[in-house]
Design a protein around this ligand. Structure first.
Ligand code: ATP
Ligand code: MG
Length: 375
């Protein structure tokens, strides 16, 4: 039986994938440069090496029937050699290459009738000023690649912000995007297996703080017709992309009820962590099913409401968790800690999911639990 999975990246996403893979009897090898990475701690084996280390990748391929990844890879060329030698990688590198470059992603969607915010490729101050003439202030300057947790974004509010923004984002290609005055941010997880079967999860609301996903409310407190429309849009997006696995689609909802696609992540996603306690099949199990050619599981929620709050680091130093006893005294409240050795400001150290009859109640409990936890 083909039961060996290799994961490039040893963070929390890999860790939660490894838990689910083990449940179904798979063997998991992680490739990550940090010894005893969050995923490495719970996998069968970790290869300690850089993601771009060719020898290490070859070793991973030898130990794996299928390879997947949980990080924003800088360069997918590192996989070319493996593919030539017969390695199976999901999601496919074609979809990865498209998604990895946010500008190509946006162009692709525009061409295929998927609504996105207006955007323009820019190189210098002159180009940005031209874009401002078209779109007005404020305007988002974004890097095409290597961006996550808002690290590749700068909001330009006025002409005097331009130089500073350009300096802060130098190094990779840039583009600007019209600012969307959204009323809510929405997200949806979608899965496709190697047979082409597609399954969509419920639409959730995501609340970001300093560009980092902070709170997720499931299901999103929005009108039924908006939720339907979002599901249809997500399916349409997925039909145009290639590749097996779970994908996270981030969207904006405008005052007029328009839904715009912000970006796609070619992997399990922070906005899908609630599925662990709240859905029939959680996103991590679904990903493992999708990449190994198994049938997809049902995606419905098994509880009326769930709220997830991230546990972000609030200081720099060795991580030490306190407050678990108080937090876990709250009914139907679950605390996940990722096993990262060091805590840092804003670093994702864990998350809390609370379930209840209403979003309001779940939110109250999750917030309360979050106040108890320090790390
Ligand atoms: P993440 O890894 O958290 O998804 P990212 O680095 O990929 O972040 P984006 O998703 O592009 O960055 O942007 C992060 C956040 O910034 C969005 O979730 C949204 O809150 C805000 N944002 C981005 N683009 C726009 C826009 N055009 N208009 C308004 N807000 C925006
Ligand atoms: Mg994003």
């Amino acid at each position: 039986m083909k039961n060996r999975i290799g994961i490039v990246g040893g963070g929390q996403l890999g860790r939660m994938m490894a838990f689910e893979a083990h449940k179904m009897g798979f063997r998991v090898t992680i490739l990550d440069p940090t010894p005893e990475s969050p995923a490495g701690q719970v996998a069968d084996e970790q290869i300690v090496a850089q993601y771009s280390d060719k020898q290490a990748l070859t070793k991973l391929a030898k130990k794996s029937d299928v390879i997947t990844y949980e990080i924003e890879l800088e360069n997918s060329d590192i996989f070319d050699n493996l593919i030539e030698n017969g390695a199976v990688i999901h999601p496919s590198i074609t979809s990865f290459k498209l998604i990895n470059d946010k500008y190509l992603q946006k162009e692709f969607f525009k061409k295929n009738g998927i609504p996105v915010a207006d955007f323009l490729e820019v190189e210098n101050k002159e180009d940005i000023l031209k874009a401002v003439k078209k779109f007005g202030y404020p305007i988002f300057l974004k890097t095409r690649r290597f961006a996550y947790d808002g690290r590749g974004n700068a909001l330009i509010r006025k002409a005097s912000d331009i130089d500073k923004s350009l300096n802060s984002l130098q190094g990779s290609g840039l583009y600007v995007e019209k600012f969307v005055p959204f009323v809510k941010e929405l997200a949806i997880m979608v899965a496709r297996n190697t047979e082409g079967e597609i399954a969509t999860y419920p639409v959730v609301e995501t609340i970001h703080k300093n560009n980092i996903c902070h709170i997720v409310k499931a299901p999103a407190p929005i009108k039924k017709n908006i939720s339907k429309k979002t599901q249809v849009l997500a399916k349409k997006v997925m039909q145009q992309l290639q590749g097996a696995g779970v994908f996270g689609i981030e969207m904006f909802l405008t005052k007029r009820g328009q839904v715009l696609v912000n970006e796609i992540a070619p992997r399990v996603h922070n906005s899908g962590h609630y599925t662990i306690e709240a859905c029939i099949t959680n996103q991590f199990e679904q990903h493992i099913r999708a990449i190994t050619g198994l049938p997809l599981g049902q995606t419905d929620m098994i509880v009326p409401a769930a709220v997830m709050i991230n546990i972000l680091g609030g200081r720099t130093g060795v991580a030490q968790v306190t407050g678990m006893d108080d937090a876990l005294r709250l009914p139907q409240t679950y605390v996940h800690i990722y096993g990262k050795k060091d805590t840092k400001m804003e670093r994702k150290m864990g998350h809390i999911t609370a379930i209840d009859k209403t979003i309001q109640n779940a939110y109250k409990k999750a917030k309360r639990a979050r106040m108890f936890i320090t790390i």
